[in-house]
Design a protein around this ligand. Structure first.
Ligand code: ADP
Length: 264
């Protein structure tokens, strides 16, 4: 049985007493080293889930556990050590004047010894394929490269979970591909749990499990193949199954398999 890293138990949340509930009785778990994609159209509650996972918000009802510890005001700093986040806008995430300064910044805040920092800068930039850019000024990087550096900055502080909240939304197709490849490498190398939040079904293909959100409730939870099989129902909640997945299914019916089966 895999270790449970994050558990939502009957979580409901709203942004104020007069506001509508944006999460309603949500229960799910994320296990050690797995890759879970959380998908849903805009406003379905995905970012709110991410913010609850690292104590930026607290639920009015239900409980959230990270590594078995309940998330509240007292445990928030311990929780944040375990949960690293990368957000949508690559330009809002830089503080350093060079790539390596930037990766160092998060570690300095956590009092990591200098010797150790140098080693961690090296391993985390290598993990995202950006070690050759250590001395580059961040503003010279492409969007995809900036997000890779942001991922390295999080990896350097060794969290147990990495959350990417729409981290590809502002990138061009090349940048998006770069991030999806990086994420998949990182997951294999670093023994880290990964949560990718997206409104784009193309980005859930590689995940082990998919949680589909709709209007604040968990609409479904299954592997990508099972989720894609519900294409008509997905369309009703504003999600389009990627063409490549439809094609693979059609070919399979005819007994033809694709060389790199997208859903295996
Ligand atoms: P998603 O990430 O799926 O787009 P969000 O979690 O951002 O969804 O939003 C869920 C709902 O909460 C939406 O209806 C949104 O308008 C509302 N919401 C998000 N942030 C706030 C806020 N700071 N104050 C009030 N309502 C908010």
């Amino acid at each position: 049985m895999r270790e449970k890293l994050i558990e939502f138990r009957n979580v409901s949340f709203r942004y104020g007493e007069e506001e509508p509930w944006v999460l309603k009785d949500c229960s799910f778990s994320i296990y050690k080293d797995e890759w879970v994609a959380i998908i849903g159209h805009n406003g379905s509650g995905k970012s709110t889930i991410a913010k609850l996972m690292n104590g930026l918000l607290f639920p009015q009802e239900g409980e959230i556990y990270i590594s078995g510890k309940i998330v509240n005001q007292e445990t928030i700093w311990e929780v944040r050590k375990e949960v690293g986040m990368v957000f949508q806008n690559p330009d809002n995430q830089f503080v350093g004047t060079t790539v390596q300064d930037d990766v160092a910044f998060g570690m300095e805040n956590r009092g990591i010894p200098r010797e150790d920092m140098i080693k961690r800068i090296d391993t985390s930039l290598t993990a995202v394929g950006m070690n050759d850019y250590r001395l580059t000024e961040p503003h010279r990087l492409s969007g995809g490269q900036k997000q890779r550096v942001a991922i390295a900055g999080v990896l350097a502080i060794s969290p147990r979970v990495l959350i990417l909240d729409e981290a590809t939304a502002m990138l061009d197709p090349k940048g998006r591909m770069e991030i999806m490849n990086t994420v998949s490498n990182v997951q294999e190398m670093n023994q880290i749990s990964l949560i990718t939040i997206t409104h784009d079904l193309r980005e859930v293909v590689q995940a082990e499990r998919v949680i589909v959100m709709n209007e604040g409730v968990i609409w479904d939870e299954a592997n990508p193949r099972e989720i894609f099989a519900k294409k008509d129902k997905l369309r009703e909640i504003g999600l389009d199954v990627p063409f490549i997945a439809l094609l693979a299914e059609e070919l399979k019916k005819k007994g033809i398999s694709m060389k790199n089966e997208p859903l295996n």
